[in-house]
Ligand binder design. Structure first.
Ligand SMILES: C[S@@+](CC[C@H](N)C(=O)[O-])C[C@H]1O[C@@H](n2cnc3c(N)ncnc32)[C@H](O)[C@@H]1O
Length: 399
């Protein structure tokens, strides 16, 4: 591969990423880099992954996530909690952590009964809420390891890790586990940190609201590798498909541009939810600029959600409400949100497929339906917050 072969392609990609940031710079919630959308969506954004540019795209995508998270502290998590409550979603991450903790503890109960102890890895541990909830559930059901056990915390933010270690060590003291369960902090990104762990060394991997910070899903292979045979991965995450294409993202920009116009917001939310074309919608010039940049007609943006499952449509409206709530908060302060809306959230069916492609078995009921916990279904937001359970299959026995 020579510079001459790659430069025009890479320059063009860089130009698209910069243009999108510039075109959306008016928004109270910045779009963030296009490198943050799921890899399978890149072509919709004009970025064609090839064998030659793949590592360039991967490096840029990882970097685009790191600038958001590496140097942030617990304040960012608090912001997410407040915005999701104001959007009438409840505290989404806490709701998922409760499910992750309960299911994870149930699994650890069986592991402790078999082996006396456990090795847990918490991916994107943040300020510690996921592991704290797991420990609370362990205590509630009366599990007590009888041999040395470890909880690995993986997170790129040193600030948040320092906080997490403090609160988890305190919780271990509260459980009377200090002498038997150690905490190991691994400061860095998911995949490189997982790759430092021995193959088959982990009984349980948990993660909440973090797997989507990797647009390429390369970390899923690493999760399967570190799990022991029949070890489980309990994955809570946000699932929706708003950033799959500029034609969908267009509608997020439309509501952010008319932040305080409830008629516009409600008619666009109804359109995303059930396909009814927004009545009396007048396109703003900044939003038109974005549409035209990607060569989209009004018909294209009106067809953006055609064929989408009802549960995903509900999830898409949920994420729009969330970002609207973030936008309003920062607009009132006259500043910009420190988090960005383009993310590698994937529709549920995609994540399930990606987990299975990585060799993890998603646990299902006798009818073949994935076993899911969805704390927002009753609040009308479909798949948006989903906790699922996967297993590393036993190695096939060779006769
Ligand atoms: C929304 S927070 C969730 C934290 C915690 N799991 C919880 O539920 O409260 C997402 C966390 O993922 C971390 N993160 C971002 N990118 C990551 C990556 N590539 N690998 C591991 N963690 C990452 C962030 O630093 C942040 O702490």
């Amino acid at each position: 591969m020579t510079a001459n072969q790659t430069t025009p392609d890479l320059l063009q990609i860089g130009q698209i990423v910069n243009d999108v940031s510039a075109m959306t710079s008016w928004s109270p919630v910045p779009s963030g880099s296009v490198f943050r959308v799921p890899l399978y969506s890149y072509p919709n954004w004009g970025i064609k992954p090839t064998a030659e540019n793949m590592e360039f795209l991967y490096a840029n995508s990882c970097a685009a996530y790191m600038v958001e998270w590496q140097h942030t502290d617990t304040a960012l998590n608090n912001l997410v909690a407040i915005a999701s409550k104001n959007a009438q979603l409840g505290d989404v991450n806490t709701l998922m952590n409760v499910e992750v903790g309960n299911i994870g503890a149930e699994y650890l109960g069986a592991a402790v009964a078999r082996n006396g102890g456990f090795t847990v890895v918490d991916i994107g541990s943040g300020a510690g809420a996921t592991s704290l909830r797991l420990l609370a559930s362990i205590q509630e059901i009366g599990i007590r390891p009888t041999r040395e056990s470890t909880i690995y915390l993986i997170d790129p933010s040193e600030e948040r890790m320092a906080y997490a270690k403090g609160v988890i060590i305190k919780a271990l003291e509260g459980c009377g586990f200090s002498d038997i369960v150690q905490i190991v902090a691994k400061i860095g990104r998911d995949k490189p940190m997982l790759d430092e762990l021995d193959e088959g060394s982990v009984s349980l991997a948990v993660s909440n609201a973090a797997i989507h910070h990797n647009a390429f899903n390369r970390h899923l292979d690493s999760i399967r590798r570190v799990l022991a045979p029949e070890g489980q991965f309990i994955n809570g995450d946000w699932h929706e498909g708003m950033w799959e294409s500029p034609s969908r993202t267009y509608w997020m920009l439309a509501v952010l541009r008319d932040l305080h116009n409830d008629n516009v917001t409600n008619s666009i939310l109804a359109f995303v939810r059930d396909g009814t074309r927004p009545e009396g919608y007048t396109e703003r010039k900044e939003v038109a600029e974005f549409r035209k940049y990607f060569g989209l007609s009004m018909n294209d943006v009106h067809s953006a959600f055609d064929g989408t499952l009802p549960s995903e449509r509900l999830a898409n409206t949920g994420i729009m409400k969330f970002w609207l709530s973030v936008g309003k908060t920062f607009n009132e302060k006259g500043s910009k949100a420190p988090i960005w809306f383009l993310e590698a959230h994937e529709p549920l069916a995609r994540r399930i497929r990606h987990l299975e492609d990585a060799g993890l078995k998603v646990l299902r009921d006798p009818d073949g339906q994935p076993l899911l916990r969805q704390p927002l279904v009753l609040r009308g937001q479909g798949d948006l917050a989903t906790v699922m359970r996967c297993e590393k299959p036993q190695r096939l026995k060779v006769a």
